[in-house]
Each structure stands twice: as structure tokens, then as C-alpha cells.
Design a protein around this ligand. Structure first.
Ligand SMILES: [Zn+2]
Ligand SMILES: [Zn+2]
Length: 477
């Protein structure tokens, strides 16, 4: 097997940092050694097949984005990144594993939905990939399939309290699913927004002529997120099922999660880069020469961007520091403006929901280190180590240690990255992050020992990534 030595860098983990060289044999990390050590009897650099010079740089476990939607059918169209383009973009940004969502809808079978997603992904991915299962139709048949999901390495499934008629589960369905999940050790992921009430508010706004993207944010009020989060927590408490709330954006929802955690519950939350940086006023309410007041469609996603004036963004950073929120995923769900977001020109309800960020998560979160919002170690924890533990990948992924997969990123803190649709690798005609100047740069990316990005060149190929069969959550209290 070919050996690789990453030398001269600072290896950063969730708990500390150390000057160390990382030795890779084939697909695995085999040693983390003190620089200049003679323990292997000779000059390591001279005997390694490949040497990566990481002098002055951070050496971190590859990012794990636990929330992506490639090729997702939504709102009469389909998310614009394929597994091929999306995972390649992820690699460019220092992410070496993704967990996407296989979809089952009411009236269809879970195994059919899962098989369809395996087919989309197999042989096309640049990096390793796993699946969560969306259960959009909770009934006897779908519940009976949950044990098989666990056997197949799909140890988390997602329910929706929003989108009536599409993915929605009522409280009785949620209760039944959670009872089963509690027995199996399955992690229940929840889209926590009160969909039926939101749909009434949205219809009232649209009927009164308030049809621009800004009103997407008004209809999906924070009260709807707080209420649903609370309800999910109560059902989790009653059933004993661990709960993971996705894309948390309202500070009041964070308070609900924090209270449940103080109560000793297995309740967790993720937020996304958009809820840390972007707002109702500045983005959803934006206008441009090209798009007029439809400009805000670029940032229509659910949960929505929240009011800056109300202080949600600062509170998300705080919650990441205090571990009231455990990790950051992207909810990458890209749609182009032309031909896709445009479907909602006359009515915000018809704008496909989603923002594309899979390429930028590591860089955007590193800004929190630059500005002092989080430590260097916490950056690694919330982008890699906790996602690995939360979703049953830790040991193989999420850490640089002997025996782990050699998913490693060499990150240059003195580099600089400018985000633009003109240079990104996602299949989108715009960027939600256009013009963002980011300190730090992904220099080199290894996926299971293979250098797939180096010196601003993509060296991998589709099919490099393999399916990840996951274990049960390793994060439960
Ligand atoms: Zn969702
Ligand atoms: Zn999502």
C-alpha cells in the first residue's frame, strides 16, 4: 500500500492541538507522531511515497456535512446538484463525508425510496456518503421497515411537522414512529415548524398581495418553530426516543432545546451557516437590479432566515459555544434562480425552498474562529467530530488517530477565499454567499488516503466515494 506523510502541521482535534506528523498507509491513518521522531527507525519523509508539507497549517479531520439534499424533487423541480457535482463541491470545501436524505412519501414504500437514492449516489460520489431516511408517510408498513433500516446502516430518520400534503406527520404519527425508534435506538430527526398554521398565515399574506420572498420569513414566524420544537421535545420525553432537531434558526427554539437538555433528555440541535450570518431584513428583504424585490428568493429556505433586530444570529453562535446546539450542517438544497426559484415570481409559496452551501461550510465556520466566536477546537468539533459521533461514524471518521479513515484536510489559516458563483463548484447560477471574503483556505484534501484536492486542483474522480454503513448514535447521554 502507498504511504503518505503529512508533515510540519498542527493537528487539531475537538479537545486540543499538537505539532505532529500524520502517517497514512493506504486508506487509513496509522500513526500520529512527534515531528522528527525516530520511532520508525528512519527518516519518515524519505520513505513515504507521498509527502504533504503542512508547515504553518492546520491538519484537521475532514468535514462531515450531515444534512444535504442532492437531486431532491421539491416544489415541482429538483435540487440542482447531483451526487456527482454536490460531493465534488463538498470536497473542494474540505468536507469528506456527507449524509443525504433518502425519501419516502405517503403511499410509497420505504425500501423503494431508499433504493432510488442508492441508485442516484452509487458510483457518482467524490467522497463517502451515508443516508438518513425521510419517512413522509408514517403507517404500519413504513414503521415495520425501521429495523431493516438499522441493519442497513441507516440509523436516523427524519419526520416533518411542516409541509402538509407532502412530508407532514401529525402528532399521532410522530408518537407512533418515536415509540418504535426508542425501541430500536434510531435517532429521530425533526423538521420542527407548525406546518398547518404556517400554511394559513402564508395564504392570508398571499391573498392580501404580500407575495414577495420577504413574506416567506413572515409566514414562518419564530413562534411556529418554538411551538413545534417544544411539541417534539414532549413527544420525545414521553416515548424516550432521542431527538435531533434540524436547521434550528430561532433563539426561542434553542431555549426549548436547552431546557430539555437541562432536564437530562437526549435532545440535540443543529444550525446552519445561513442562520449564523444571514437575516430576514438583509437577504429575504433584498432587492437588486436584475431581480427587483424577487432578489430575496435566493435565500428562501425553511426554517427561514430570522430577524437580525431580534438577535437570533448572535444567539446561534452563543448556543454553539455553550453546546445548547451541538453541530453545524448546511441543509444544502440548491436551486437556480433561472427556471427554478423563478417558479415563485408571483407567489413566495411557489419558490423552491433551499440554499446551497455544501462547499463553504468549513470556511464559513472558520470565520467564527477568526472573530473569536468559537475556538479552533470547537470548529473541528461542530463540523466533524460531533457529526461523526451523532450519526455513528466516530472512530472511522471525525478524528485523526490510528485506525481512522485517512480523511484529512490541510487548512491554511493565512489563506484567503472569496466566495462567488463565478468560481464555486456547486451547480447553481448564483451564490447565497456572493462576495463573502473568508480568512482561511482549504489547501489539500485527502479522502481515505487519496489526495483529491491540492493546490486549487481537483484530482479525484466520481466513484471515489463509498457508501457509509453507520452505527447507532455515539452521542447519547
Ligand atoms: Zn427540513
Ligand atoms: Zn433539509
Amino acid at each position: 500500500m502507498a504511504t503518505t506523510l503529512i508533515t510540519g502541521g498542527t493537528v487539531v482535534s475537538a479537545t486540543g492541538r499538537v505539532e505532529a506528523d500524520v502517517l497514512i498507509d493506504g486508506e487509513k491513518i496509522v500513526a500520529v507522531v512527534h515531528p522528527g521522531s525516530n520511532v520508525f527507525g528512519s527518516d519518515l519523509a524519505a520513505s513515504a511515497d507521498t509527502v504533504v508539507d503542512a508547515t504553518g497549517k492546520y491538519v484537521i479531520p475532514g468535514g462531515i456535512d450531515a444534512h444535504t439534499h442532492f437531486e431532491l424533487p421539491f416544489g415541482g423541480t429538483e435540487a440542482s446538484d447531483s451526487f456527482e457535482s454536490g460531493t465534488r463541491a463538498a470536497a473542494w470545501g474540505g468536507t469528506t463525508s456527507v449524509i443525504d436524505f433518502a425519501v419516502q412519501t405517503a403511499g410509497t414504500r420505504v425500501p423503494d425510496g431508499l433504493a432510488a437514492w442508492h441508485e442516484k449516489a452509487a458510483g457518482n460520489c467524490a467522497i463517502d456518503y451515508g443516508f438518513h431516511q425521510i419517512v413522509g408517510g408514517v403507517d404500519d408498513a413504513s414503521l415495520a421497515y425501521l429495523p431493516t433500516l438499522v441493519d442497513e446502516g441507516i440509523t436516523s430518520y427524519k419526520l416533518f411537522m411542516a409541509y402538509p400534503g407532502v412530508f407532514y406527520s401529525d402528532d399521532g404519527q410522530i408518537l407512533r414512529a418515536m415509540q418504535k425508534a426508542a425501541d430500536l435506538g434510531l435517532l429521530t430527526m425533526m423538521h420542527a415548524e407548525n406546518g398547518p398554521a404556517i400554511d394559513v398565515l402564508a395564504a392570508q399574506l398571499a391573498e392580501s398581495g404580500k407575495t414577495t420572498p420577504y413574506y416567506h420569513g413572515i409566514a414562518r414566524a419564530w413562534q411556529m418553530e418554538e411551538e413545534a420544537t417544544h411539541r417534539a421535545i414532549m413527544l420525545s420525553h414521553l416515548t424516550g426516543a432521542p431527538l435531533y432537531v434540524v436547521h434550528v434558526s430561532a433563539k426561542q427554539a434553542v431555549a426549548q432545546l436547552a431546557a430539555a437538555r437541562d432536564n437530562g433528555q437526549n435532545v440535540f440541535g443543529e444550525t446552519c451557516p445561513q442562520y449564523l450570518y444571514l437575516s430576514l431584513e438583509e437577504q429575504l428583504g433584498a432587492t437588486s437590479e436584475e431581480w427587483g424585490d424577487f432578489e430575496g428568493a435566493k435565500w428562501v429556505c425553511s426554517t427561514p432566515l430570522r430577524s437580525r433586530e431580534e438577535g437570533h444570529q448572535d444567539h446561534m453562535w452563543q448556543a454553539l459555544r455553550t453546546n445548547d446546539l451541538q453541530m453545524v450542517s448546511t441543509d444544502h438544497c440548491p436551486f437556480c434562480m433561472k427556471g427554478q426559484k423563478e417558479l415563485g415570481t408571483d407567489d413566495f409559496r411557489k419558490i423552491p425552498n433551499g440554499i446551497g452551501s455544501v462547499e463553504h461550510r468549513m470556511d464559513l465556520l472558520y470565520q467564527g474562529v477568526v472573530t473569536g466566536q468559537i475556538t479552533l477546537e470547537r470548529w473541528v468539533e461542530i463540523t466533524s467530530t460531533t457529526p461523526a459521533r451523532m450519526f455513528g461514524l466516530y472512530g472511522r471518521k471525525g478524528v485523526i488517530q490510528p485506525g481512522a479513515d485517512a480523511d484529512v484536510v490541510v487548512y491554511d489559516p493565512n489563506g484567503r477565499t472569496t466566495i462567488s458563483a463565478a468560481t464555486h463548484h456547486m451547480n447553481m447560477d448564483h451564490s447565497a454567499w456572493e462576495g463573502f471574503q473568508v480568512d482561511g483556505h482549504v489547501d489539500t484534501v485527502l479522502s481515505r488516503g487519496k489526495v483529491i484536492v491540492d493546490d486549487n486542483q481537483y484530482l479525484g474522480r466520481k466513484g471515489d466515494g463509498s457508501y457509509l454503513k453507520r452505527g447507532l448514535s455515539q452521542y447519547l447521554v
